[in-house]
Design a protein around this ligand. Structure first.
Ligand code: RIB
Length: 291
């Protein structure tokens, strides 16, 4: 079993700021660092750290070879990452003293992935495998359509949120992961409550209120309590949660256990500064047992 992750790869440029910028304001940052990021790359690293096999489907520019090397070092299968003529994506990330962030994205090569690229990558995939994607790349519908036709488990982390992007793939999904704000936006856009969505499992992260899992087949709706931690930087915590959730399912864990692992990993992640480079491994998660 393996996870095929159609996902973004970014250079994350972090700026520590006393407060998030207001319109028209100029502000000096108190610290700066650069690391590997992108919701897709973060999830691939989380999956590898959670001890599952992951093949990343993505694109970089010539300036992004360092990112592929780093993904490889982190245990991700990088054979389906292509080099395009467009520059590698990057993100300018402001983090304030409360750990809140604001992110400006340059999508770059992440939007240069083609349908053929997906078919080549999925040639080796079977119905025992999982297809994961987020909303930072091109060909999301094509990828989900091909994966669904192969009988793969199709998981969508609907971030950055766009109601039209979610609606376009809803019938193809087995699992939909969102945060509470995104869930409300989806309900507003579709007029359908979460329990009425045509998706078997809907997982909603609730920040300080924990996590909610709705199984629309069984008609169950379960809440998992939050793990209390003091956040330093929330960037990438949702990606870490999703990566651990998907890895757990791919390894055959019941979804309740996979969600708990995701919560533990996400809780550790908010106490660390950075994204892909600081995602905890399974041993960190098992040793910490927060909550
Ligand atoms: O979710 C965090 C990620 O969003 C960052 O790594 C950044 O690259 C953006 O994609």
């Amino acid at each position: 079993m393996a996870v095929f992750n159609l996902g973004s790869i970014n250079a994350d440029l972090f700026y520590q700021v006393p407060h998030l910028l207001a319109p028209g304001e100029t502000l000096a940052s108190t610290d700066h660092s650069r690391g590997l990021g992108g919701k897709g790359a973060n999830m691939s690293v989380a999956i590898a750290r959670a001890a599952a096999r992951v093949a990343h489907i993505g694109a970089i520019g010539r300036d992004g070879r360092w990112a592929v090397e780093r993904l490889l070092e982190y245990g991700v299968d990088t054979r389906n990452i292509v080099e395009s003529d467009v520059a590698t994506g990057h993100a300018v990330i402001m983090v304030d003293d409360q750990g809140e962030n604001a992110i400006l994205l340059f999508p770059g090569a992440n939007r240069a992935i083609t349908e053929t690229h997906i078919s080549t990558a999925l040639e080796a995939a079977t119905e025992a495998d999982t297809f994961l994607f987020q909303n930072e790349t091109s060909v999301q519908i094509e990828g989900a359509t091909q994966a669904s036709a192969k009988g793969m488990r199709v998981v969508y982390a609907a971030a950055p949120f766009d109601a039209d992007a979610v609606k376009a793939v809803l019938p193809l999904l087995d699992i939909l992961v969102m945060n509470a704000v995104e869930a409300q936006q989806l309900t507003n856009a579709t007029g359908i409550g979460l329990t009425g969505l045509p998706v078997r499992d809907v997982v909603v992260t609730l920040g300080g209120d924990g996590c909610r899992w709705i199984n629309t087949d069984a008609g169950t709706d379960q809440t998992f309590p939050a793990i209390p931690v003091t956040p330093v930087d929330t960037t990438g915590a949702g990606d870490t949660f999703t990566g651990y959730l998907v890895a757990g399912l791919d390894r055959g864990l019941p979804i309740e256990q996979a969600i708990s692992l995701g919560q533990q990993a996400g809780a550790i992640m908010v106490t660390r500064q950075g994204t892909a480079d600081v995602i905890p491994d399974l041993k960190d998660v098992q040793d910490a047992r927060l909550g």
